[in-house]
Write a new protein. Structure first.
Length: 225
């Protein structure tokens, strides 16, 4: 199987390096995306930050250019907004959709509307410098970059269950301070069509337990079941 991995806020494809190494060791293919505006060299046009649509188009383009290998599209945190919209558009091109302690939106939701008060406060504190870019929170990897506010506040547009909808998995990091995913995890446990796993290490599962995350991903079935 091939894994296409979309990081959360402030991070780039490098966030999945350790997980990717584990998966490749087991014979899987992995591509980790750095979303527009989060490049190490900085955005090409800092005065025109990308939004959620930009990121959805970017990832959808990668899916469309694929070679037909069974594909699991994975998103961490904010990346859940992106992969949900890509699946809505291109569900027939995906085998599995994996939300890694991530937002699972309905039509009209945004990262802002789904997140916790703690994160809304963090967004607002981080954007005070210029009103466009949310500064990197303390404690993140030095490679992290300011994140475009527009992508956090733009609502997602979803048309409903796509034809050929992929299998759906939610991987929880367990309860952690300020988590917006505790009630979501419990709801999805009882929702038909979802697999729910828990790796109780906190939000940044890929960094804190890449072996366990790779094990869950590597055990995903090939096909929508």
């Amino acid at each position: 199987m091939k894994f296409l991995m979309v990081p959360g806020g402030w991070q780039g494809g490098w966030a999945f390096d350790s997980v990717a190494a584990e998966l490749r060791r087991d014979g899987h293919r992995v591509e980790a995306v750095t979303l527009a505006g989060l490049e190490q060299e900085g955005p090409a046009d800092a005065d025109r930050p990308p939004n959620l649509d930009t990121h959805v188009d970017q990832v959808a383009g990668i899916v469309e250019r694929g070679d037909g290998t069974p594909l699991a599209l994975c998103g961490h945190s904010y990346g859940g907004m992106v992969i949900a919209a890509v699946a809505d558009r291109l569900g027939d091109r995906l085998e599995q959709l994996v939300f890694i302690d991530a937002y699972v939106p309905d039509d009209g939701d945004s990262c802002w509307s789904l997140t916790s008060d703690a994160f809304r406060e963090l967004f607002m504190a981080g954007v005070r410098a210029d009103g466009r870019w949310v500064a990197v929170p303390e404690g993140l990897d030095p490679r992290a970059r300011p994140h475009p506010l527009a992508s956090f506040v733009q609502s997602v547009r979803l048309g409903g269950d796509p034809v050929g909808a992929p299998g759906r998995t939610f991987i929880s990091g367990g309860p952690w301070p300020g988590s917006p995913f505790v009630s979501l995890t419990e709801r999805l446990r009882d929702e038909p069509g979802w697999r729910v796993h828990e790796i109780p290490v906190g939000h940044n599962i890929a960094r804190r337990d890449p072996q366990a995350l790779a094990a869950v991903l590597g055990a995903l079935p090939s096909g929508p079941g």
